[in-house]
Design a protein around this ligand. Structure first.
Ligand SMILES: [Zn+2]
Length: 257
């Protein structure tokens, strides 16, 4: 009996120590909000923070989380007749590098707002930044529950509990928000498996635009008619040497406009 208890204790400690937390230099959701709200307060002429939607909430264990965009432009509160562009930092939970890139860009442009080319951009463009549109997944990663987590937290099996595995993939809950756009949704999430599977890391969701994250991006795109947009991705495998990759999302959104 003693041996069994000892074994249980060892496994428990091993399990706890397996929880890995990311370096605190990476932004949590709260830190993103604090930083963009401070920028809006300090530079109200060129910085505007706007809520563009919410997650739908992984009912009943998660309240909806607001999704925010930051607009940078001269006369920022006016919707001027200028080309609009969008930069989205993070859709996949563990791909946190895009958040750092978008937050760096926002700060860099504001800091150097009087310097070429940023002064020209601010004069002639409406630049929209969405640091994260998967704040549910970001929480899973930043709180150290599972730093390999990819999806949002939709309660697929509706059991009221967030079901996930602390390894890449195999998470019963969650939708791959990036597979949830309407364009090509029909072709599904069969990457590596034989058909739509909720536990799959590429699960497309129960319907096109069923998720709060994709709805927020779609609604903003329909409102702003972006001429160009990019979404950063990075790799948990390290195959890309921690570099971020770009993927255009305009086409996926526009085809559903
Ligand atoms: Zn990705």
């Amino acid at each position: 009996m003693k041996q069994i208890i000892t074994l249980i204790l060892i496994l428990l400690v091993a399990g706890l120590s397996a929880q890995v937390v990311l370096d605190p230099r990476y932004h949590t959701y709260e830190e993103i909000l604090q930083e963009i709200n401070d920028l809006q307060t300090n530079y109200p002429d060129i910085v505007m923070v706007q809520q563009i939607g919410t997650t739908l909430g992984a009912v009943p264990y998660q309240d909806p989380i607001p999704i925010y965009a930051v607009k940078l432009s001269n006369n920022v509160t006016v919707d001027e007749d200028e080309p609009a562009v969008m930069y989205a930092g993070q859709v996949h939970a563990e791909e946190v590098l895009g958040i750092e890139i978008t937050m760096y860009m926002i700060n860099d442009i504001v800091e150097n707002r009087l310097v070429d080319p940023y002064n020209v951009w601010l004069d002639n463009l409406e630049m929209w930044f969405v640091p994260t549109y998967n704040p549910e997944g970001l929480q899973v990663v930043m709180d150290g529950w599972d730093i390999t987590y990819r999806k949002n937290k939709r309660d697929n099996n509706e059991n009221g509990v967030f079901d996930y595995e602390v390894v890449p993939g195999g998470d019963i809950d969650g939708v791959d928000t990036n597979r949830n756009y309407g364009f090509n949704w029909i072709h599904g999430d069969e990457f590596g498996v034989g058909g739509p599977q909720e536990w799959n890391d590429y699960y497309r969701g129960p319907g096109p635009f069923s998720e709060g994250g994709t709805q927020a991006i779609r609604n903003l795109a329909e409102e702003q008619h972006f001429i160009y947009s990019i979404n950063w991705h990075s790799s948990r495998t390290g195959d890309f040497s921690e570099k971020s990759r770009l993927s255009p999302i305009s086409s996926r959104i526009c085809s559903n406009a």
